[in-house]
Write a protein that binds this ligand. Structure first.
Ligand code: NAD
Ligand code: MG
Length: 386
């Protein structure tokens, strides 16, 4: 008998989560949302529960959940609160696939728990691989859990890689829109305001990744993500600016053939590909309009104006604790910028100096990574107060 694939949408009220909900609602019953989680915006979580009737909703911020009036939640939907509730929910028998759409290293433990429990993780939360790449790789080698990319560039690489063998890959090329400041001179970048940095030209995303796109730290994180996801050395990873965000990334094979994946900038497609994998379905995402002329442009990134790119390569090469420190420093620095405590052009230098000052270890435990995560955040705080 046909039974739907059971999906837990983590961070359902965010940009990725909302797209995931649309993909599931438009799947003609092939996918069912059995768990929905959120840290805030519980009114939206209740609306989503009314629409999709999951078994469980998880409100991870327990204090806020206790203060919220849940009377709109349908009768047979169970409410669970707190981050332990999140871990229980991802491990439950009601879940086949976990769409990891929580932002930042707050998403780490739920991804590890899902993999340990043998679930398939559709990974949007790149910070997990950036911070704990070595641990995730080890886990994947020893548990039945699987990881599928949702980040559009990595989904593109995953799709393009299916045209050849692993050892036939010469290199992968991650595309980047270049963000809102692609053509701005360095002097002007110093004056960037929060509103300017939050206005992305091609993608509509949550605030943290939108700032990461403006500094190009997002591409740095994606270089590290590609290193762990595909077990590629940094030397085989390249970045090209592609302002239209239609070619989502490319794989160059040893014979010189280059395979690209193209589609309009719409996260619903890579989300659907991961949730329905290995099948393709008509789906709900936008299509390219072949009746209109359009151009595709590519140029190498300006590494002087966007020093984040070099940081990404450095961490992909170093491995160990470097990704966790870079990620935590960046999360704290972005927060400080959003709160008006740090200039836009200070985000990346703050990350570099904290990275260089940290006591590097090549094979850290999870506890050590979490300690260094906390340390790096504190260092940003001292940077801000200095
Ligand atoms: P967002 O800010 O829009 O949503 C974040 C979600 O996580 C919300 O549902 C929020 O309630 C939840 N959340 C926040 N803090 C939490 C915590 N401490 N514990 C539990 N839940 C928490 O973010 P987003 O843009 O959807 O991004 C989510 C992840 O996907 C990020 O890692 C981002 O890098 C990645 N990603 C996003 C896009 C995109 O188009 N938005 C594309 C590629 C990758
Ligand atoms: Mg991306």
């Amino acid at each position: 008998m046909f039974s739907p694939r059971k999906v837990a949408v983590l961070g359902a009220t965010g940009s990725v989560g909302k797209s995931g909900v649309e993909v599931i609602a438009g799947s003609h019953g092939r996918l069912a949302a059995t768990v929905l989680t959120a840290h805030s915006r519980f009114e939206l979580l209740v609306e989503q529960a009314q629409r999709l009737l999951p078994k469980v909703v998880v409100a991870t911020d327990r204090k806020a959940a206790d203060a919220f009036n849940w009377k709109g939640l349908p009768k047979n939907v169970e409410l669970v609160t707190g981050s332990d509730g999140l871990l229980q929910a991802v491990r439950s028998e009601h879940v086949d696939v976990v769409l990891a759409g929580i932002v930042g290293s707050a998403g780490l433990r739920s991804v590890l728990a899902a993999l340990e429990a043998g679930k398939t993780v559709a990974l949007a939360n790149k910070e997990t691989l950036v911070s704990a790449g070595p641990l995730v790789s080890k886990l994947l080698a020893t548990s039945p859990g699987k990881l599928l990319p949702v980040d559009s560039e990595h989904s593109a690489l995953f799709q393009a890689m299916q045209c050849g063998q692993r050892e036939e890959i010469a290199r992968v090329i991650l595309t980047a829109s270049g963000g809102p400041f692609r053509t701005w001179p360095l002097e002007q970048l110093r004056q960037v305001t929060v509103d300017e940095a939050l206005a992305h030209p091609t993608w509509d995303m949550g605030p943290k990744i939108t700032i990461d796109s403006a500094t190009m730290m997002n591409k740095a994180l994606e270089i590290i993500e590609a290193r762990w996801l595909f077990d590629l050395p940094a030397e085989k990873i390249d970045v090209m600016i592609h302002p239209q965000s239609i070619v989502h990334s490319l794989v160059e094979f040893i014979d010189g053939s280059i395979i690209a994946q193209m589609s309009p900038p719409d996260m619903r497609l890579p989300i659907q590909y991961a949730l329905e994998y290995p099948h393709r379905q008509p789906g709900v995402s936008d299509r390219l309009d072949w009746k209109k002329a359009f151009r595709l442009e590519f140029e190498p990134p300006d590494r002087q104006r966007f020093p984040a790119i070099a940081l990404g390569f450095d961490c992909a090469r170093a491995g160990g604790t470097s990704g966790a420190v870079l990620n935590a420093a960046n999360e704290a620095a972005v927060q400080a910028f959003l709160e008006g405590e740090l200039h836009f052009t200070e985000i990346v230098p703050a990350c570099r100096s904290i990275l260089e000052a940290h006591p590097f270890e090549s094979a850290p435990t999870l506890e050590r990574l979490l300690e260094l995560d906390a340390w790096a955040r504190q260092e940003v705080h001292s940077w801000v107060c200095a």
